[in-house]
Design a protein around this ligand. Structure first.
Ligand code: BGC
Length: 556
């Protein structure tokens, strides 16, 4: 029985909604995890040339832009998030010329390109850290505590596990919020600011359309580096402002970068953007990163962490929209990335839920990020043997998947980003993409693959799913095509509509979206004509049956 719960109520809107002037406001951006996307030279590691060769696939998928994870010169202590030279391409991934060709090829196809920038820390192999004089000025060294300085300067823990401090052979300690190979920079030093602005200009000159700012909430630490109190750090991350994350001082950096990006773009008649990977305790604090004079987007991890349940989804959507509306920014939705358990697995190992969650995400106002392989419905790989593991957190006994963010340890967030993985570490979502064929490496490249691919992925390859209307790949293609075609999907208004208990319904211009996160069918008066559904929906005598764990877009 259909129960009318509420009258239609508008969800919070950004002022002046409608197709805003910025391309990013409703862009669908595809994350290419370079080492696992496509390998051109047979070393088993994806590279820039491989990515360039497969760009037509992304164009055909229907995305607007690609975000490339770090391909810079790096000892690879943390998958390239330990950068030794920000202006060089690591030979593993190719050359600067390959980067240039990739950016040009993407632009020729009408795809924009975003690259990572890693400003919180460098590699310990970076020339600044290698030079003891420079290192002292540009990183965070402190004397230890205890009689002979044998104890770390404070009680901070690394997000990858263990103390956030390592002692040098000179007896003092340096801070690393992540691995010891990733020393934190001293952002009180103006030379650090100048260097990162120069790095940005270098890549902008090469044609990139923006930057994904790694750990955008981390660069500024509280004065005096105060203790946080014992043992509770993992639980506190994300729950409150810590002395090393989300300090108010980071916003001055983002303001300076916005001036740089706007100035650069204005002079060339283009719009170049910054997207914050910022973990903040609340949607309101996250919105501070996207104030009009700061970055353009911030990943909305609250949505990613939401349980698959109507009240929780509705409240996280409302809170996200309200927070970004208060600063006039679009909301940026994401379900999977290289740091969290793939959403097919995280949502209870249910492809049906994953498909529904994706259709829900793509119907919401704002921009959306897709992570390579989610369009194939790939599950997390949960049986990787220890000897192939590469995630530094695995070796340091750190927090589980999503270690870089809040509320994602399996204990405190059973429905969170870590749920359902092998053991919470991040290799299981980074297994190379299956393109074609029945056997590994499934067309990933002419050699093997740096992490083993499951033997049963033959049916999940891009080739196998292409043209099969029931496949997840074709669902993504159809959704992205409709998103382009329907005016107002993307950055337009949204209103909640009446729906049966446990079910969500909302309207967008020309469209109504229903989401049934319950594990069983629900009937309701057909709200229109089905346009696209994550599972077969039936309409009989004007009554629609929404399958359990489904999302449907209706033409109204
Ligand atoms: C990246 C992680 C990385 C960490 C440290 C995160 O934001 O997404 O993959 O381990 O930053 O750089």
């Amino acid at each position: 029985m259909t129960q009318e719960l509420t009258s239609p109520s508008p969800a919070p809107q950004a002022p002046g909604t409608g197709r805003g002037p910025g391309w990013w406001r409703d862009a669908v951006i595809y994350q290419v995890y370079v080492r696992s996307f496509a390998d051109s030279d047979g070393d088993g590691i994806g590279d820039l040339r491989g990515a360039r060769e497969r760009l037509p696939y992304l164009k055909d998928l229907g995305v607007d832009a690609v975000w490339l994870t770090p391909f810079y010169a790096s000892p690879q202590a943390d998958g390239g998030y330990d950068v030794a030279d920000y202006r060089a391409v690591d030979p593993l991934f190719g050359t600067l010329q390959d980067a240039d060709e990739l950016i040009r090829a993407a632009h020729d196809l009408g795809l924009r390109v975003i690259v990572d920038i890693v400003p919180n820390h460098t590699s310990d192999r970076h020339p600044w850290f290698q030079d003891p004089e420079l290192a002292r000025q540009r990183y965070l060294f402190r004397p230890g505590k205890g009689e002979s300085g044998e104890l770390p300067p404070n009680d901070w823990e690394s997000v990858f596990g263990g103390p956030a401090w390592t002692r040098t052979d000179r007896g003092d300690w340096y801070l690393h919020l992540f691995a010891p190979e990733q020393p934190d920079l001293n952002w009180d030093n103006p030379e650090v600011h100048a260097e990162f602005e120069a790095i940005m200009r270098f890549w902008l000159d090469l044609g990139v359309d923006g930057f994904r700012v790694d750990v955008a909430h981390g660069m500024i630490k509280a004065p005096g580096l105060p203790d946080i109190g014992h043992g509770a750090q993992a639980q506190l991350i994300g729950a409150q402002v810590l002395p090393f994350f989300d300090q108010d001082g980071v916003h001055a950096i983002h303001r300076a970068w916005r001036r740089l990006l706007d100035g650069y773009g204005d002079a060339r008649g283009k719009q170049v953007i910054g997207v914050a990977e910022a973990w903040a305790p609340t949607a309101e604090r996250l919105a501070l990163y996207v104030r009009p004079d700061e970055l353009h987007q911030a990943f909305n991890f609250q949505f990613l962490n939401a349980p698959w349940q109507s009240d929780a989804l509705r409240s996280v959507i409302d809170a996200s929209l309200a927070a970004t509306a208060s600063v006039g920014a679009p909301t940026t939705w994401v379900l999977s990335n290289h740091d969290v358990v793939r959403h097919t697995t995280r949502l209870g190992g249910s492809l049906a839920r994953a498909r529904a969650a994706t259709l829900l995400m793509l119907a919401l106002p704002g921009s959306a990020y897709l992570y390579q392989g989610e369009e194939l419905g790939l599950p997390e790989v949960t049986d990787l043997p220890d000897e192939v593991r590469q995630d530094p957190a695995f070796f340091r006994g750190g927090r589980a998947t999503g270690a870089v963010g809040p509320g994602t340890d399996t204990e405190s967030a059973p429905d969170g980003a870590a749920a359902g993985g092998q053991d919470g570490f991040r290799d299981g979502c980074r297994v190379p993409l299956p393109w074609s064929g029945e056997l590994p490496p499934y067309g990933f490249g002419p050699g093997g693959s740096w992490l083993p691919q499951p033997a049963d992925w033959g049916g999940l390859t891009i080739a196998a799913q292409t043209g099969d209307p029931a496949s997840t790949l074709e669902l993504y293609r159809a959704a992205l095509e409709l998103r382009r075609r329907l005016p107002g999907l993307g950055d337009g208004p949204m209103s909640w509509a009446p729906a049966p208990d446990g079910v969500l319904a909302f309207t967008r211009p020309g469209l109504l979206c229903t989401v049934n996160p319950l594990g069983h069918d629900v009937g309701l008066p057909a709200p229109g004509t089905p346009l696209l559904s994550s599972a077969p929906v039936t309409v009989d005598d004007a009554t629609a049956q929404l399958p359990g764990d489904s999302c449907t877009w209706w033409a109204i």
